[in-house]
Design a protein around this ligand. Structure first.
Ligand code: STX
Length: 314
């Protein structure tokens, strides 16, 4: 299934969500269409022009926003007052600001974690939940990606990830990176940000994509993504317990849900989609047999577009 044509927002704006933070949002498609909120990944990834193209613009009112500190939101790469629960509150504030009573929530990767956190906090605002590349904020998922796991598959890319960190600090890479990413020295910060972000780009697709890796290495993109991710991950994404998002499923069981997962996702391995499916059997699990993590992988793209088409009729 091909994406819909490139689209320009019909409305764009800024919403001040705290004394410190202002978030950028936009709306695409049909102002009288079914409302959907798109939760991007990272955290810190920002909105990409490709995101609204998964949804039929005649049928949907597509709301996108840049989470605190990234994309066009201000201040850029700011870590203060930037937690999962701040983002959950921002989503609800944005919904009210736009006069939407209930919307479909769409999120992949970190966006899936945020979609679960949001829907479990505000179930009555959610008409449906479309998730992709499941990430449940658990220690084993962080350890897989940033300590031991994915490096067994990508030892070549891992060497580059290790490079900015002296050997004696490699026992806790998230901590070692956090120190550099919050350094007052811009050169140290940027070197760390690029290495952190390039690692993620290198493991995001079934087949490595040099264009994607180069994009992840761009200074501005890398600085927001790496700083914000590392800040969230060193704080265990501000979760209350290890299994908070699985235990919280009881609050969203009755909301229609779909889980799209690439079998060879090296960023968010399928164990989490499976655990979520076990906890939430009412949601439909779709495993794409020949895909990794990225939402641009052909099989993932088709399944997400099919899911959106089914959810349009809810
Ligand atoms: N982060 C996984 C995630 O949420 C550990 C993610 N992966 N890639 C992205 O987000 C972007 C493409 C949004 C940068």
């Amino acid at each position: 299934m091909d994406l819909f044509a490139p689209i320009k927002p019909y409305r764009e704006g800024f919403l001040k969500v705290s004394p410190l933070h202002t978030i950028h949002f936009e709306e695409c498609g049909n102002p009288r269409g079914k409302p959907l909120v798109f939760l991007h990944g990272g955290p810190g990834g920002g909105t990409d022009a490709i995101y609204p193209r998964y949804f039929d613009p005649r049928q949907w009112r597509i709301v996108l926003f840049d989470q605190r500190g990234c994309g066009k939101s201000l201040p850029f790469a700011e870590l203060r007052k930037n937690t999962t629960w701040d983002l959950v509150a921002d989503i609800e504030r944005l919904r009210e600001h736009l006069g939407i009573s209930r919307w479909v929530v769409f999120g992949g990767s970190w966006g899936s974690s945020l979609a679960l956190a949001y829907s479990q906090t505000h179930p009555r605002s959610c008409k449906g939940i479309i998730l992709r590349g499941i990430f449940l904020l658990r220690d084993k998922e962080l350890s897989w990606m940033y300590q031991e796991g994915a490096n067994y598959i990508f030892p070549d890319a891992w060497e580059k990830f290790l490079k900015p960190i002296p050997p004696r600090q490699r026992g806790n890479l998230i901590r070692a990176y956090y120190r550099r990413l919050t350094s007052p020295n811009a050169k140290i910060r940027l070197e760390a940000a690029r290495a952190w972000s390039i690692w993620e780009g290198a493991i995001s697709k079934l087949r490595q994509d040099e264009g994607l890796i180069a994009h992840f290495g761009e200074d501005r993109f890398a600085e927001a993504l790496a700083r914000i991710e590392c800040h969230y991950f060193i704080h265990k994404s501000f979760r209350k317990t290890e299994d908070q998002l699985l235990d919280g499923v009881k609050k969203i069981r009755k909301i229609p849900g779909v889980i799209v997962q690439g079998r060879y996702d090296m960023c968010c391995p399928m164990i989490s989609a499976w655990d979520l499916h076990r906890a939430w059997p009412e949601a439909k699990l779709v495993v794409v047999p020949d895909a990794g993590h990225s939402m641009t992988e052909p099989g993932i793209r088709s399944e997400l577009m099919k899911a959106a088409e089914r959810f349009r009729r809810l």
